[in-house]
Structures are given as structure tokens and as C-alpha cells.
Design a protein around this ligand. Structure first.
Ligand SMILES: Cc1ncc(COP(=O)(O)O)c(C=O)c1O
Length: 405
């Protein structure tokens, strides 16, 4: 149970000291997810590159780095954060569909393990930067394996027709070009089929296609070292990670014994269960046939329900005294799409009661904004049975205007 990692007494203490809304993470849960990955994949000894986009908090990233994880970054900013958090440069891979020449140069100067390029033009840009810096750029291509992961259309990335990756046919031409270049070193091949994926079958299909392609390349003299199968493993509706056994089996069936070093890029499955959003009830009201709880967190803090229709379990921190009713939990932002949960059954809360939105550790804070000029929430880390620390202060009104000239 996720709730056992977030004791009500600790949550109340955090709310009293830092105010709300506040993201609260559990160090123990974050490390538990990491150790689940290590155990499930022990036989394969992969390199795990934590997908920082899920949650790039320096405190959490430092925990992953200390566990031997590398990082998957998708912008110069994430690379900067990864280096600051202590990830070894040689365990960082740089992915993303539109890296700028400056970002590519930053990756090369930092000594990342490789760049996952997504188009021929990007490979040419990488080559130009490598020439300029007088280095050989370690290159991997993100290949679109044309596999349907059966997830939300906004987080489906491995079907042809999406903006991500290149087809196998195009990849072959690019690898042959790179093999001839003095400034490119083809080292890996990559896919990432989507996020919140609940079945290992699409991974098995994509991994099989990738392995066959890598073999074919080898027969043409291009020998890759790394097979990067991306991230995307899902979490259950209740917020806990799905068993990793089917995923481990699917990739082991394909890659064990091939001599390729396997890379995984988990993000959500590690970070989501490890965090919750703690918010306070401002008002109760009725609107037509609906009961609303207006809280002090909003879509600018957690956009997933509005963006993907994501469902997060909601609970009261102290057991409610009132009758149970069906509520929409909504925020103060001026959008009808500003809801954190819809049609959840809760005991009637009192003004000032605390609510938790579970499974908000991934794509929560990292996707938050200052929309409606709302300062971003604070972040706290529970470090022991009764101990916690603030890992990011709440933004202030001053922070809202500080970059303006
Ligand atoms: C290239 C790449 N790797 C890894 C991930 C992490 O996916 P997840 O957080 O679902 O594990 C993403 C997410 O979009 C991605 O684009």
C-alpha cells in the first residue's frame, strides 16, 4: 500500500511547516522501485538510465545516481541537471526529437555515453558539432518500430506516423553513412514505444524487430554495442508499479546471449508511486447535480488529469467525519479542464482538511507551470519514519516576475 509510506502525522507536519500545495516524495519508495528494477533484470545486467523528464528533482536524481543509475535526458537543461545531480557523464544518454546544435555540442563536451538521434538532419548536425570540437560522436538512432503500445494517443510514440524516430529502412541508410564518417561512431540502436504501457507484448515485438535489424547491420559491417529499449512501463490504477517480470522476460528472450549491452530508460514506474500531491480544501460547493471540492492545488501543479484524463487515487489525510458523497476535486484555475479527480467518493471534508492525490511523483512537478501566475508548489522528501526535508522551496510572487526585463 502506497499510503503506508506517507504517514498522516508526517503529512500534517509537512503541510503545517511548508503550506500547501506541496509534492511529497518517499525516499524509501523511490529506492524500492529502483531495487525492483535491479532484481527483475539481474540476469541481464543492463544499464538503467532514469528518464529525468518524469521527475528531475535534484534530490531524487541524486538517489538514482547513487544507486548506479545513469540518466536519459531530453534537453540541455536536463543534461545540466543530470550532471549537477551527480550522474556519471558516461552513463547519460541524450534523447529527444529536436536537439539544437548547441545542445548536441553540450552533450559531446560533457562526454555522454551516446546521443539518440531521430533524423538524418540531426545526425548531420551532430557530425558538424563533432568536426568543430574535433571528437568522434557516439551515435545511436531512435528507430520507430511501428508497434502499438495500446496507451493514450498523446503518449503513443512507437507507431509510424508519429514524430518520433526513423523507420528501419531509413535507419539502415543513416548507419551506413555514419559508419563511413570520421566523426561519427555508431554504437547503439533505440526504441521507446510509449508511456504507461501495461503489456509486455509490444516490447517483445519491438525488441524482436530491433534485434533482427542489429544483426542485419552487423552483416553489413556495422557492429553496435547497445540495445536501448526505452522506458514506458506503467503503473496500476491504484498507483503502484506493475510487476516487472513480464517486461524482463520479454527483453531477455530477445537479447540474452546476444552480447549487446541492454539499456532501459524507466521514468514513470520509478517516480510515479514515490510521490503524492498534498493539497488543502478551500471550499465545498454544489453546481447543478455535482458536488465540488475546491482545493488549493490546480492543473498548473498537476496537469495529467486535464491533459490525458489520468486518474489519480484521492484520499483524505484524516478520516472524514461527514457522509460519503461523489465529488469532483477541482482547483482555482480559470479553466473547466482544471480538475484533479472526477467522480470520486469521499467523506464530506471540512474546510482546511488535507487531501492527497496519489501516484503524482511522475510528470507532476516536472510538467507544472505558473499558469494563472500561480507560483509553483514546494517539494518535500520523507527520509525516515518521522523525518522529512524540504527539497525545493515554494516559489514566491517575486519568482514570477524575476526573469522579466
Ligand atoms: C525517449 C524516452 N525514454 C524514456 C521515457 C520514459 O518513459 P516512462 O516515464 O513512461 O518510463 C520517455 C517518456 O516519454 C521517452 O520519451
Amino acid at each position: 500500500m502506497l499510503s503506508s509510506y506517507f504517514k498522516p502525522s508526517v503529512l500534517k507536519n509537512i503541510a503545517a511547516k511548508t503550506g500547501t500545495p506541496v509534492y511529497v516524495y518517499s525516499k524509501a519508495l523511490f529506492l524500492k522501485q529502483i531495487s525492483s528494477y535491479k532484481k527483475a533484470f539481474r540476469a541481464l545486467d543492463p544499464l538503467f538510465c532514469y528518464a529525468m523528464k518524469a521527475n528531475s528533482s535534484g534530490a531524487l536524481c541524486a538517489l538514482a545516481a547513487a544507486e548506479g543509475f545513469g540518466a536519459d535526458v531530453v534537453s540541455g537543461g536536463e543534461l545540466y541537471r543530470a550532471l549537477k545531480a551527480g550522474f556519471e557523464p558516461g552513463k547519460i544518454i541524450f534523447s529527444g526529437v529536436g536537439k539544437t546544435p548547441a545542445e548536441l555540442a553540450y552533450a559531446l563536451e560533457s562526454g555522454v555515453l551516446f546521443v539518440n538521434a531521430e533524423s538524418f538532419e540531426e545526425v548531420l548536425a551532430l557530425e558538424r558539432e563533432a568536426v568543430r570540437l574535433k571528437v568522434r560522436a557516439p551515435l545511436s538512432l531512435r528507430i520507430n518500430p511501428d508497434v502499438d503500445p495500446h496507451t493514450h494517443k498523446f503518449i503513443t510514440t512507437g507507431k509510424l506516423g508519429s514524430k518520433f524516430g526513423v523507420s528501419f529502412e531509413e535507419a539502415q541508410k543513416i548507419y551506413m553513412y555514419a559508419a563511413e564518417s570520421e566523426h561519427l561512431e555508431p554504437v547503439g540502436a533505440h526504441f521507446h514505444i510509449g508511456s504507461q504501457v501495461h503489456s509486455a507484448a509490444p516490447y517483445a515485438l519491438a525488441a524482436g524487430r530491433l534485434a533482427a535489424f542489429i544483426l542485419k547491420l552487423a552483416s553489413r559491417g556495422v557492429n553496435l554495442k547497445y540495445a536501448d529499449v526505452g522506458g514506458g512501463w506503467g503503473v496500476k490504477e491504484g498507483g503502484e508499479m506493475l510487476s516487472l517480470a513480464p517486461l524482463a522476460k520479454a527483453v531477455a528472450d530477445v537479447f540474452q546471449g546476444t552480447g549487446l549491452r541492454l539499456i532501459l530508460e524507466p521514468g514513470r514506474s520509478i517516480a510515479a508511486p514515490s510521490g503524492l500531491l498534498l493539497t488543502k480544501v478551500l471550499y465545498r460547493k454544489r453546481g447543478g447535480h455535482k458536488n465540488f471540492i475546491v482545493v488549493d492545488a490546480a492543473m498548473n501543479d498537476l496537469v495529467r488529469p486535464a491533459l490525458y484524463g489520468a486518474k489519480h487515487p484521492v484520499a483524505m489525510v484524516a478520516p472524514g467525519r461527514g457522509a460519503r458523497k461523489v465529488y469532483d476535486v477541482v482547483g482555482p484555475v480559470c479553466e473547466s479542464g482544471d480538475f484533479l479527480a472526477q467522480e470520486v467518493t469521499l467523506p464530506e471534508p471540512a474546510i482546511g482538511d488535507l487531501l492527497v492525490i496519489y501516484s503524482a511523483g511522475a510528470y507532476g512537478f516536472s510538467m507544472s507551470s505558473q499558469y494563472n501566475s500561480r507560483p509553483r508548489a514546494a517539494e518535500a522528501l520523507i527520509t525516515g519514519p518521522n523525518s522529512w526535508r524540504l527539497i525545493r522551496r515554494r516559489e514566491t510572487y517575486q519568482d514570477l516576475i524575476a526573469p522579466e526585463l
